[in-house]
Design a protein around this ligand. Structure first.
Ligand SMILES: *Cc1c(COP(=O)(O)O)cnc(C)c1O
Length: 389
């Protein structure tokens, strides 16, 4: 017997029975040999544990007793019958009078004879809503539903949000109250935390991953007449940003094993340009894209860039949090760009992005561009600003 158990009148506890802490066994319950109750199990009045599956008065079967396990926190309603050999899952709920003939999953609500599952129960004893959330304590159990019944949510920010909701709501209230809606103190705080996380000296936040790429290109003075090597297998923004500053994207095919830009093909493309500028373009930068969370081969890409006087602008929109040889994505090239679009590894509730660099000079330029981007690009549109049709 565990500690702090509450045993009613006319209760029998047989030999080889294990009862956990804080169990409540109501009147007229017989807990026979082979039954194990974990902690906090509730046995309603007059409920029955059987210990022989198919008894005959004339046949001795006591040595065929099948063990029954009732997991932590489960409740067995008044007058229910638990056929021996089953396991009742954690926090499961057996309705009054039910006859349980097979295992009951964790948190399941079962009723009737034979008992069938009609819903799910919260730890607090309330029935969950269809969305698997407790109507009373708001706990989210969507992970409980069987895989085939579970909606596979592509971007499940709601589940994340549930865990940190009080913090989010308090912070939104704080911003509404202090009223510094543009570049308020939270922005500096976020930039500090992002740069610490990515292990890069400077972080300049902005309104999207696309803007991050545009700002990085602008900070490098890349514009009309310039060529930028990038991957053709990426979200459109990697190349779009190049066009939006007036430069020309030069597509270098991917490595079939990683789906990231092929370094061999990059070397070839750069060599072609060295023979003589292609279409009068000057190669200026490489935008490797860390696709699906997998960083590119930066040791080799940075070497190609260094040998050829190119800047490496890492498109880390899909890889924030990923590591490459002990370094974090965002800090693998000269400038790193990431996105906080909801579907990205670090999704926000809206659009967002950030640029990273270890260079003080570059950071200063990025900050001044940031102000310019907000003032000018927003008003006139990117294309208008650069005079591009
Ligand atoms: C999403 C994405 C971007 C653009 O980010 P936004 O925040 O949507 O503008 C750029 N590059 C890649 C590889 C992306 O996946």
């Amino acid at each position: 017997m565990g500690k702090e158990c509450n045993i009613g009148q006319n209760v029998v506890v047989g030999p080889d029975v294990s009862v956990g802490d804080n169990c409540k066994i109501q009147n007229n319950v017989s807990v026979y040999k082979g039954v194990t109750l974990e902690d906090e199990v509730f046995c309603g009045p007059s409920m029955v544990f059987t210990n022989v599956f198919n008894p005959r008065a004339a046949i001795r079967r006591m040595d065929e007793a099948r063990p029954t396990l009732v997991r932590k926190g489960a409740s067995l309603g008044a007058n229910c019958t638990i056929v021996c050999g089953v396991t009742i899952g954690q926090y499961a709920f057996v309705g009054a009078g039910a006859v349980v003939t097979k295992d009951v999953p964790n948190h399941a609500l079962v009723v009737g004879n034979p008992a069938r599952q009609t819903g799910w129960m919260c730890e607090c004893g309330e029935k969950l809503n269809d969305d698997m959330v407790c109507p009373v304590c708001k706990k989210d159990y969507h992970w409980l539903a069987p895989r085939e019944k579970r909606d596979v949510v592509f971007v499940d920010l709601a589940a994340q949000q549930e865990k940190i909701r009080p913090l989010i709501e308090a912070n939104i209230q704080a911003v509404l109250k202090h009223g510094r809606y543009i570049m308020g103190p939270e922005v500096k705080q976020l930039e500090g935390q992002l740069s610490e996380f990515a292990g890069v000296k400077h972080c300049i936040s902005c309104s999207s991953g696309t803007d991050a790429l545009i700002m990085a290109l602008m900070a490098c003075g890349i514009g009309p007449g310039d060529a930028v090597f990038t991957s053709p297998f990426t979200f459109v923004a990697s190349a779009e940003a190049v066009r939006l500053v007036g430069a020309v994207p030069v597509f270098v095919d991917i490595d079939p094993d990683t789906f990231n830009i092929s370094v061999e093909k990059l070397e070839t493309a750069v060599r072609e340009f060295k023979k003589g500028p292609q279409a009068g373009l000057v190669p200026r930068a490489i935008i490797p894209v860390d696709l699906f969370g997998l960083p590119c081969d930066y040791d080799r890409i940075n070497r190609v860039a260094k040998d050829n006087g190119l800047v490496v602008i890492e498109d880390a929109a899909q890889s924030f949090g990923a590591e490459y040889k002990g370094r974090m994505a965002g800090g693998l090239g000269d400038i790193g760009c990431t996105s906080f679009f909801p579907a990205k590894p670090l999704g926000c509730y809206g659009d967002g992005g950030a640029v990273f660099t270890n260079s003080d000079e570059m950071a200063e330029t990025l900050v001044s561009i940031y102000d310019g981007v907000r003032l000018r690009l927003r008003v006139t549109g990117y294309c208008g600003y650069w005079g591009i049709k």
